[in-house]
Design a protein around this ligand. Structure first.
Ligand SMILES: Cc1cc2nc3c(=O)[nH]c(=O)nc-3n(C[C@H](O)[C@H](O)[C@H](O)COP(=O)(O)OP(=O)(O)OC[C@H]3O[C@@H](n4cnc5c(N)ncnc54)[C@H](O)[C@@H]3O)c2cc1C
Length: 445
């Protein structure tokens, strides 16, 4: 293959990850075409109930920092320094995300983030965005993409195809049908629906410095702040439960019983509940993420995960950084870079899928329990006592770029020791624990 400037790269999907990949590859000197099936979101509003705000954390920020986009992207973002737990009686408790209390994840609208990234991609020399162009099939060995724009059809054969076409990826389906990759989908019975807490008298109706959680076992509602002082709430609940609430009376009765403190803040609850769609959730396992050094899956097309660690987009942005690193290390030889990308990234995709599932259980069932709160206090005490030696799982996932697979390993080692500390009594036991942890961490490095 030739020099970057002579190579054509087609990116399928101009969502968050495709737009960021276009920025990175354009900067490397490639000629990049992004094919997005939707109209340009900068000139057309998002669908109702699909606004989703994201928690952007260190992995995503790192990817943006590397190409000087972090300040632009973060301008409208709102920091959230901890979780605010709302119990069934309406009481609230704040749990800081970090031991120091100064680390925050950032609430940002997915639409706004996508638009900023599309503009950045468009401003990158060599990048062209094509909206309203649907990819209908991908084919090896010619590396062909069948494109449809209205009634027009076209087949192109770029040098490289980057498939960032999300959970329903057509490129992934074509590769699976050709027997080049294996795909397992784990559907989740829980779906999600967006609801709203609008601004009250021009101000936030809840503390905007927190991600609000109403953990209720079978269901869970969360709320993240928006720059217009509203909150976007997401209710996670099994699909058949959503369907069972039909009339305004049923909806109000259920919410008043389960989320009593939220109902007075949600004047459009009934309308939102009746008209906003229920989104499906699933985990994807794909192997491998590339074929023949010519086509790569990236973002949700490779690793759609449950949203409960707030990592889907963060992980997709990290894919882009890793792909860029593999191109650096291979001298832009895609035949070397893509297998390397697969080897380094896929185990981490599996790891975050696992962590996201576990965090669902933690958020839904455990955050309100006294044992969980005691464990969190102990974790934070250990983090303060052993900076750089002990880091909680949450800390490692959200505030570092330690590979996800390594997070699981480190966390496993640490948890055993923390559990020992939890059952131990007095300073002597804790002292021994700190010693053990220091030694375990030295062994692990
Ligand atoms: C409820 C919920 C909450 C979430 N919260 C967080 C969070 O807090 N933090 C976080 O990091 N992540 C979160 N996520 C995950 C995050 O939204 C996704 O990981 C992220 O959007 C993936 O980006 P992507 O570009 O890979 O895919 P997508 O965002 O799905 O983009 C794919 C793009 O491809 C286009 N496309 C699809 N098919 C075709 C085709 N055939 N031809 C052309 N174009 C096509 C689509 O129109 C779209 O623009 C959440 C997800 C959900 C559902």
């Amino acid at each position: 293959m030739g020099a970057p400037s002579q190579m054509r790269i087609a990116i399928v999907g101009g969502g968050l990850v495709g737009a960021l990949a276009a920025c990175y590859l354009g900067r490397r000197g490639y000629r990049v075409d992004v094919y997005e099936r939707r109209p340009d979101p900068r000139v057309q509003d998002a669908e109702r109930g699909r606004s989703i705000n994201l928690a952007l954390s260190e992995r995503g920020l790192d990817a943006l920092r590397r190409i000087d986009l972090v300040d632009t992207v973060m301008a409208p973002a709102l920091p959230m320094h901890g979780r605010m737990i709302h119990d069934a009686s309406g009481n609230m408790e704040f749990q800081s995300y970090s031991a120091s209390g100064d680390r925050a994840i950032n609430s940002i609208g997915r639409g706004a983030l996508n638009e900023t990234l599309l503009t950045a991609a468009e401003e990158t020399p060599g990048v062209t965005l094509h909206f309203g162009v649907r990819t209908t099939a991908y084919g090896l060995p010619t590396n062909s993409l069948a494109l449809q724009r209205g009634d027009d059809f076209e087949v192109i054969t770029p040098d490289i195809v980057i498939a960032s076409d999300g959970f329903g990826s057509v490129v992934r389906q074509s590769l699976e049908e050709a027997g080049r990759i294996s795909v397992t989908t784990e559907p989740e019975t829980t779906g999600y629906k967006e609801l709203t807490i609008p601004a009250r008298d021009g101000e936030f109706a809840l503390d905007p410095d927190a991600l609000h959680i109403w953990p209720r076992g079978a269901s869970m509602m969360i709320a993240l702040p928006n720059p217009d002082r509203s909150f976007t709430c997401t209710l996670f609940w099994p699909g058949e439960d959503f369907a069972a609430l039909r009339t305004p009376e049923q909806i109000l009765e259920h919410f008043s019983r389960v989320y009593p403190d939220a109902v007075p803040l949600m004047p459009t609850l009934v309308d939102d509940f009746q008209h906003n769609p229920v989104g499906p959730l699933a985990t994807l396992h794909v192997d491998p993420w590339q074929a023949d050094g010519k086509v790569a899956l990236i973002g949700d097309s490779a690793h759609a995960i449950l949203p409960f660690f707030g990592q889907g987009a963060n992980c997709g942005f990290e894919d882009v950084v890793e792909l860029d690193r593999c191109l650096d290390q291979s001298g832009d030889d895609w035949g070397i870079a893509l297998p390397l990308y697969q080897q380094r990234r896929q185990p981490n995709g599996e790891a975050i899928a696992f962590l996201a599932k576990e965090n669902f259980i933690e958020m839904r069932d455990k955050v309100a329990s006294p044992t969980f709160r005691a464990m969190k206090r102990l974790e934070h005490a250990l983090e303060r006592a052993l900076p750089g030696v002990y880091s909680s799982r949450y800390e490692m996932v959200s505030f570092t770029t330690i590979p996800y697979a390594e997070v699981i390993e480190r966390d496993r080692r640490q948890r055993g020791t923390v559990l020992a500390a939890a059952v131990g009594v007095g300073a002597a036991a804790l002292g021994t624990t700190l010693g053990l942890l220091t030694r375990a961490s030295r062994r692990g490095r």
